[in-house]
Write a protein that binds this ligand. Structure first.
Ligand SMILES: CC(C)(COP(=O)(O)OP(=O)(O)OC[C@H]1O[C@@H](n2cnc3c(N)ncnc32)[C@H](O)[C@@H]1OP(=O)(O)O)[C@@H](O)C(=O)NCCC(=O)NCCS
Length: 183
C-alpha cells in the first residue's frame, strides 16, 4: 500500500467514532481453502460501479479515506482493474507509473473471496502490464502483513528495501517488494 493512500487513513480516522475498526492492512488468517475457480474476470472501472467499489474498498481497508481514489479511477484506464468471481465484485488493483516503475498502490480482495485466485488474477494483470512496458513492478507492504508478503513472493516479487518509518500515525515499517523486468 502506498504512503499516500496510507496517509488518507489519518483523515478517515478522524471521521470515525472511537472504537471502530482500525486495521490498516488486513493480515489475519483468512477463511477458506485454496479452492480455485476459473471464473475470475477482470474489468475496467466504470462510473456506475464506483459506489459498489467504494463499499468493497471499505470492507478490505476500513480506514482508508478514498474520496478521490475511485472518483477518478474510471479515468485511470489500464492502471486500475476490478475483479469479479462468479459474477460478484470481489477485488481491485490500482497502479501508478512513477519513478520509472509500475507501482502497485493498492490491491485487495473481499475476505469471503480470498484464496480463490482473485488476487493472483489482479497481480498477474499488473505483471503483464509491467512486462509489456519493460518496467519493474514495485510496492510497499507493511512488515506485519505476512499474508500479503507470501502472496507477492508467490508471484516472484523479492524484498529489495526496508523503510522503518514508511507509514506513520502510528509509525510502522514497510518492505519494498520488487519484480524486475527492466534489466
Ligand atoms: C493479499 C491478497 C490480495 C491476496 O488475495 P487472494 O485472492 O486471497 O490471493 P490468491 O487466492 O490469488 O492467492 C495466491 C497465493 O498467495 C499466497 N497466499 C494468499 N493468501 C495467503 C495466506 N492467507 N496465507 C499464506 N499464503 C497466502 C498463496 O501462495 C496463494 O496460493 P494458494 O492459495 O494456492 O496457496 C488478499 O489476502 C487481501 O486482499 N488481503 C488484504 C489486503 C492486503 O493486505 N493487501 C495488500 C496490500 S498492503
Amino acid at each position: 500500500m502506498s504512503k499516500r493512500v496510507s496517509e488518507r487513513l489519518k483523515n478517515k480516522a478522524k471521521r470515525r467514532a472511537e472504537g471502530e475498526m482500525s486495521t490498516v492492512c488486513a493480515n489475519g488468517e483468512q477463511p477458506g481453502t485454496s479452492a480455485r475457480s476459473n471464473s475470475v474476470i477482470l474489468r475496467e472501472v466504470t462510473q456506475e460501479i464506483i459506489p459498489n467499489l467504494q463499499t468493497l474498498v471499505d470492507s478490505v481497508f476500513p480506514n482508508i479515506f478514498h474520496e478521490n481514489l475511485f472518483d477518478i479511477a474510471y479515468k485511470m484506464g489500464e492502471l486500475v482493474r476490478i475483479a469479479y468471481i462468479d459474477g460478484k465484485l470481489a477485488g481491485f488493483i490500482t497502479c501508478e507509473l512513477k519513478n520509472g516503475v509500475l507501482y502497485v498502490s493498492l490491491i485487495g480482495v473481499r475476505v469471503e473471496y480470498r484464496r480463490q485466485g482473485v488476487g493472483s488474477a489482479l497481480i498477474q494483470y499488473a505483471i503483464s502490464f509491467g512486462r509489456d512496458m519493460k518496467k519493474d513492478i514495485q510496492l510497499h507492504v507493511e512488515v506485519g502483513n505476512t499474508t500479503a508478503q507470501q502472496f507477492y513472493k508467490q508471484h516472484g516479487f523479492i524484498e529489495t528495501e526496508r523503510d522503518d518509518t514508511y507509514y506513520d500515525d502510528p509509525p510502522r515499517a514497510a518492505f519494498v517488494y520488487t519484480k524486475k523486468f527492466n534489466e
